[in-house]
Design a protein around this ligand. Structure first.
Ligand code: SAM
Length: 299
């Protein structure tokens, strides 16, 4: 029998407490925003140059999966005594029948129709429509299962534009989902880059599984080339800093597509990119669940 405990704690306790519980024999610890779906919800994912403890929220909820012999009360006492870790609020414990947690994780990621004939299909599912453009994915450590609105917006943009014979750069490729989609949608040449080596590994793997001819590089190894389409789903801060670098990667007459931007951040980003290229303003292409996608042709 497996159990899942729910603990509420502060950001600075998340990493040491997670390590401590894993050392004591917990099977896995996942971290959620305890303020999710409230005014204080804070989106964080894949920001560059930040340490792992930043992948937690001011108020974090830990979901700890462990066996029935795991003494959670004892482990929390020991964490306090041995490491001075503040006792988290123990919200509760639920029973998870053996193996069901695998099923539960998998159930959360089901085949998703992005647009028209473009589908994202988990590797353990049969494609609902075998004749569609099916992108097979395993959710790994890298971001990008296609279910997040920021990814969906990019996928929709790629789907709605003719990529036949075009070169595409997926900047901040994560799982490589956008690169794979671009290739399957007809792009002739596709490259991706990411600062995270694990993302490069995951993207290589996903491209191979999908028989999509795409190459992925760390930024320092990127060939010095320009592209017909540059798509970047990163957060607004890095996008602001990357403005000159991203603009420089777009061929004359090509398109720049930016995602990972909250609605209230759109104007500022439009201004930043406009300050570098006043002749090629970006504009809001589409929005979804509070996120927007900016796009524009670069002259
Ligand atoms: C939100 S994920 C997007 C993943 C995937 N492209 C998608 O659309 O689902 C952002 C990715 O950008 C990467 N990243 C962040 N800053 C970057 C930078 N300065 N250069 C390259 N990649 C960066 C992160 O490591 C992360 O994998």
């Amino acid at each position: 029998m497996l159990f899942e405990y729910s603990l509420l704690t502060d950001k600075k306790e998340v990493e040491p407490l997670t390590d401590f519980l894993m050392d004591k024999g917990a099977y896995s610890v996942s971290i959620e925003d305890a303020d999710a779906e409230t005014e204080r919800e804070k989106p964080i994912f894949g920001e560059p140059g930040i340490e792992i403890d930043d992948f937690a929220w001011d108020s974090s909820r830990l979901k700890v999966l462990c066996g029935d012999d795991f003494d959670m009360e004892g482990a929390l006492e020991a964490a306090l005594k041995e490491q001075g870790l503040k006792k988290p609020v123990l919200e509760g414990r639920t029973e998870v029948p053996d193996n069901d947690w695998v099923r539960i994780t998998q159930a959360q990621f089901t085949p998703t129709q992005i647009a028209g004939d473009l589908w994202i299909v988990p590797s353990w599912h049969e494609p609902p429509n075998p004749d569609a453009i099916n992108i097979r994915l395993d959710p790994g450590v890298a971001f990008g299962t296609g279910t997040h609105p920021t990814t969906r917006l990019c996928l929709e943009w790629l789907h709605d534009h003719n990529l036949e014979g075009k070169s595409v750069l997926d900047y901040g490729c994560g799982s490589g989902i956008l690169a794979v989609a671009a290739k399957k949608l007809g792009a002739s040449k596709v490259l991706g880059t990411d600062i995270d080596p694990q993302a490069i590994e995951a993207a290589d793997y996903n491209a191979e599984v999908n028989r999509a001819d795409a190459s992925f590089y760390l930024p320092k190894d990127m060939p010095d080339e320009k592209f017909d389409v540059v798509v970047a789903n990163i957060l607004s801060n890095p996008l602001r800093l990357l403005a000159p670098a991203l603009l420089a990667r777009v061929k004359k007459g090509g398109y720049l597509v930016l995602s990972g931007i909250l609605e209230r951040q759109a104007e500022e980003l439009i201004e930043v990119y406009g300050s570098y290229r006043p002749d090629s303003p970006l504009s809001v292409w589409k929005s979804m669940d509070g996120w927007i996608c900016l796009a524009g042709q670069i002259h």
